[in-house]
Each structure stands twice: as structure tokens, then as C-alpha cells.
Design a protein around this ligand. Structure first.
Ligand SMILES: Cc1cc2nc3c(=O)[nH]c(=O)nc-3n(C[C@H](O)[C@H](O)[C@H](O)COP(=O)(O)O)c2cc1C
Length: 183
């Protein structure tokens, strides 16, 4: 309701720009970016380094080789490249490539506790979500976001109970039954 009854949203940091928003956003992407840049970031950053937007075994391999500590399997919420792979479906391939020792975060399309439980089963260590919390934010500001988190937590609990998983450590690949041909 707040979203419908107040002024339209503005990006304060972009409001002084001389050009329109799509042109400005496109100008932010650097087509020369490569894994050599990742190696450079690694050389100047001692903290944890995660690469976001990995959807293939090949990119996972190159990211780790360039010094990444972990990966975010993500298609950025499906907002960038139409027809990009579904991140959940890319997860098994990426996990198989990097093995159990590398942290993997999954995002894009997490809308329920069942999505979170399924992602943990399929190889994610944890998940992120963007649009789900924004729905709560638009509906009820801070209390709306709290409510989204509360609902997700309840759904996780209900799903784990129904699956017979007592702790997060019990949520693993053995709980997944894949359809033939989609292994
Ligand atoms: C309003 C908005 C702005 C975003 N901006 C960026 C960004 O600048 N860089 C980026 O890597 N991802 C960006 N994302 C994508 C999120 O980091 C995240 O990958 C995505 O929201 C996850 O998918 P979900 O929204 O389906 O949960 C943005 C998402 C939203 C909703």
C-alpha cells in the first residue's frame, strides 16, 4: 500500500546524472573485465573473496583458480540476462566441480522456506534473497521485512519436520530424488 500511495521510488545516488537510467546502467558494465582482474583483486584483498554470478563448472573452476574463496551461484535474480540458466539447476554442476570444501551461496528465485531447504539439499551452504524481502518492505516497511523473515523461518521448520530432518546438518543430497534424465 505504501508503494501505491507515495511518490515513485527514486535512486538518490543517480538523480544528478545527465543521461537516462538504462544508458547509465549499461555504462557501468566493463566489457574488458576478465579473470586477470579477479587475480588482481585477490592480490590486494586479504579478506574472504566470493565471486557472484557463477552458473557453470567452467566459471567455477576459473574463479577458484584466480583466488576466490567461495562462489555465489546466481543469475542476479533473473534481472540481467534473459534466458540465463536457473541458478538452482546450475548448483549441482558447480558443487560437483569445486567439491565439499568450497563455500557456495545460492540466490535468484528464493521465495519460500521450501526453496531454501531444497537449495541446502542441492549443495548450497546458505542462500541470499533480494526480491522476497523487497515485497515485505513495500507492504510494511521494517515490520514487513521482519514478517518475511519470520515466514521463511517457519516454512523452513515445517519443511524440515515433514522431511524428518532435525537439524540443518541433516539437510543434504540424500533427501533429493531427481527426475530421471535430470540428474
Ligand atoms: C533492486 C535490486 C538491485 C540489485 N542490484 C544488484 C547489483 O548492483 N549487483 C549485483 O550483483 N546484483 C544486484 N541485484 C541482484 C541481487 O544481488 C541478487 O542476486 C538477487 O536479488 C537474488 O535474486 P532474488 O531477487 O530472486 O532473490 C539486485 C537486485 C535487486 C532486486
Amino acid at each position: 500500500m505504501i508503494f501505491l500511495t507515495t511518490d515513485s521510488l527514486k535512486f538518490a545516488s543517480l538523480s544528478n546524472s545527465a543521461t537516462d537510467l538504462p544508458t547509465l546502467i549499461n555504462s557501468m558494465f566493463d566489457p574488458t573485465l576478465s579473470f586477470a582482474d579477479l587475480e588482481w583483486i585477490r592480490s590486494i584483498w586479504d579478506g574472504k573473496l566470493f565471486v557472484k554470478g557463477v552458473l557453470t563448472a567452467q566459471d567455477a573452476r576459473k574463479s577458484i583458480a584466480a583466488g576466490a574463496d567461495g562462489l555465489v551461484v546466481s543469475n542476479h535474480g533473473g534481472r540481467q540476462l534473459d534466458r540465463a540458466p536457473v541458478s538452482f539447476e546450475a548448483l549441482a554442476e558447480v558443487r560437483a566441480e569445486v567439491g565439499a570444501g568450497t563455500e557456495i551461496i545460492l540466490d535468484s528465485g528464493i521465495m519460500s522456506g521450501a526453496d531454501i531447504v531444497a537449495s541446502l539439499c542441492a549443495g548450497a551452504d546458505f542462500v541470499l534473497f533480494g526480491q522476497a524481502y523487497l515485497y515485505g518492505l513495500m507492504a510494511g516497511v521494517e515490520a514487513g521485512v521482519d514478517r518475511v523473515i519470520e515466514l521463511l523461518a517457519k516454512e523452513i521448520e515445517a519443511n524440515m519436520q515433514l522431511m524428518g530432518a532435525a537439524t540443518i546438518a541433516d539437510v543434504g543430497p540424500e533427501l533429493i530424488r531427481r527426475r530421471p534424465g535430470r540428474e
